[in-house]
Design a protein around this ligand. Structure first.
Ligand code: NAD
Length: 464
């Protein structure tokens, strides 16, 4: 367990930093595409040359192995960086759109414009990916950025601060470390964009802080993600995918399936296969396929959700090591404690249902989740799932993997967040799309001026 403190920054310095970034942004230095490419390449090269230290830091914070970190943090981050470097020229170009007859001769286009001075607040569960992927979005769109990583994983926060603060101009990109006091001081400043990843509770604090300046906000939050096994589901492959998705990062994943709704005809089959699959993985921190719970507070919160009467498999835990065994709860009812809040730990809660309506009602009685998963091959069931159940993003016959396709945006809805990012969506998330009409001076139809006859009005309507 790491007990070292993060470096803190006084509010006066934060105010000065934001003021300097604003001046720098106003100098237009961040606008040229060449500048953006050079800064993104610099970030990529720095991360590559410090890769071993990045692995070491996350290992110290919560026992996360190199391969796990590559798969869930650095590979997706490098992919975002390469995508941004390759496409920034295309994304930053004005986009031509058709012009209506009334505005002829003329042309219409949309000019992407950086928002300005941005604040990115990261969560702890994927400290590199969830802090730096939004930073890539901010940079590719031509903004200046202050990053506040989560203070809980001390080592990863520190190494990101060291790599960035020793190598980038603070007027352009700066990491400010710290916890609630520093985040509060940051939120007291005026920003052009705040990008926050974390819990819905803190998301509300961020939204309130943004309101006085009408600051553009993206909130990437969490929720209780359902996985529904319909009567016709392909159980073998479905359970295999589900178990993998549930226990990555020991269930400390915002997209992880939180509870499973299983048709009661297949309940025993699904439960048995879940256990088989868990045992095949042989999860442990030593094997590099499991991680520690981030801190004692979360360890106590998650273990309190394990009702001994409902344990089908697992249930053991070690507070000193901060490890909770993969655990399956069965005969769960929507009134149980485990169904009140997002689990965010290695517990699967299994609820069985009789009719699809009953399953859908349970999902719809809760807040809109970040993700929804359906295991079914039936056309009507799939259509109903997509039409009737609101969620941020989802998968059919899989879970979590939608997040690996940068052509798909990532974000929540309602209580699980607002806004979206990844790939070109990140560029748009940190840009204003400025619509422009550019007229020719060759001809001017006199239709809209002076008095209007019925004939003129009809013509205007037609040219619309
Ligand atoms: P959190 O909300 O506790 O913390 C997130 C950030 O907010 C941290 O940087 C923290 O320093 C700051 N913070 C905490 N309390 C604050 C306060 N009172 N005032 C101002 N700032 C404060 O979230 P977490 O524990 O880091 O992450 C877990 C939650 O995040 C889960 O709900 C999970 O689903 C969600 N999450 C969402 C995504 C996503 O991309 N949608 C990704 C990961 C995690």
């Amino acid at each position: 367990m790491n007990t070292q403190e993060t470096v803190t920054t006084p509010e006066s310095e934060i105010e000065q930093l934001v003021g300097n970034q604003r001046q720098y942004f106003r100098s237009n230095a961040t606008l040229p595409v060449e500048f953006r490419v050079s800064q993104l390449e610099k970030l990529r090269d720095l991360l590559r040359s410090h890769e071993d230290e990045l692995y070491e830091a996350i290992e110290k914070d919560f026992g996360k192995s190199k391969h796990h970190t590559q798969l869930t943090e650095l590979f997706p981050l490098f992919e975002e960086l390469e995508d941004a470097i390759k496409n920034v020229k295309k994304w930053a170009k004005p986009r031509r759109v058709p012009t209506n007859l009334l505005n002829q001769p003329g042309k219409s286009y949309i000019v992407p414009e950086p928002l300005g001075v941005t604040l990115v607040i990261g969560a702890w569960n994927f400290p590199y990916n969830l802090s730096l992927t939004p930073v890539v979005g901010s940079m590719v769109a031509g903004n200046t950025t202050v990053l506040k990583p989560s203070e809980l994983p001390v080592e990863t926060s520190r190494i990101m601060a060291r790599i960035i603060n020793e190598n980038f101009d603070p007027n352009y990109l700066r990491v400010v470390e710290g916890g609630i006091p520093e985040t509060t001081a940051l939120l007291n400043q005026r920003w052009d964009k705040i990008f926050f990843t974390g819990s819905p509770q803190v998301g509300k604090i961020v939204n309130q802080a943004a309101a006085p300046h009408l600051t553009n906000v993206t909130l990437e939050l969490g929720g209780k993600n359902p996985a529904i096994f319909a009567e016709d589901a392909s159980v073998e492959v479905g359970v295999k995918r589900l178990v993998w998705a549930k226990f990555i990062n020991s269930g400390q994943l915002c997209l992880a399936p939180d509870y499973i709704l299983v048709h009661n005809s297949m309940k025993n089959d699904v439960l048995e296969r879940i256990v088989e699959e868990i045992e095949k993985h042989n999860y442990s921190v030593e094997n590099g396929n499991f991680v520690r719970i981030i801190n004692e507070r979360n360890f106590d919160r998650v273990t309190a959700l394990i009702d001994p009467d409902k344990v089908y498999y697992g249930g053991k835990s070690d507070r000193e090591e901060r490890v909770i065994q993969p655990t399956v709860l069965h005969n769960v009812s929507p009134d149980d404690a485990v169904m009140k809040d997002e689990i965010f730990g290695p517990i699967i809660a299994v609820i069985d249902y009789e009719t699809l309506d009953e399953a859908f009602d349970i999902v719809k009685s809760l807040e809109k989740p970040l993700a929804g998963y359906l295991f079914s091959n039936d056309k009507i069931t799939k259509e109903r799932f997509l039409r009737e159940i609101p969620f941020g993003s989802g998968a059919i016959n899989d879970a979590v993997m939608q997040n690996t396709n940068t052509n798909l945006p990532f974000g929540g809805v309602g209580n699980s967040g607002m806004g979206r990012y990844h790939g070109e969506f990140s560029f748009e998330c940190f840009s204003h799309l400025k619509p422009i009409l550019e007229k020719s001076n060759l001809i001017e139809l006199d239709l809209k001026y002076y008095g209007h006859s019925d004939r003129q009005m009809n013509l205007i309507r037609k040219l619309g």
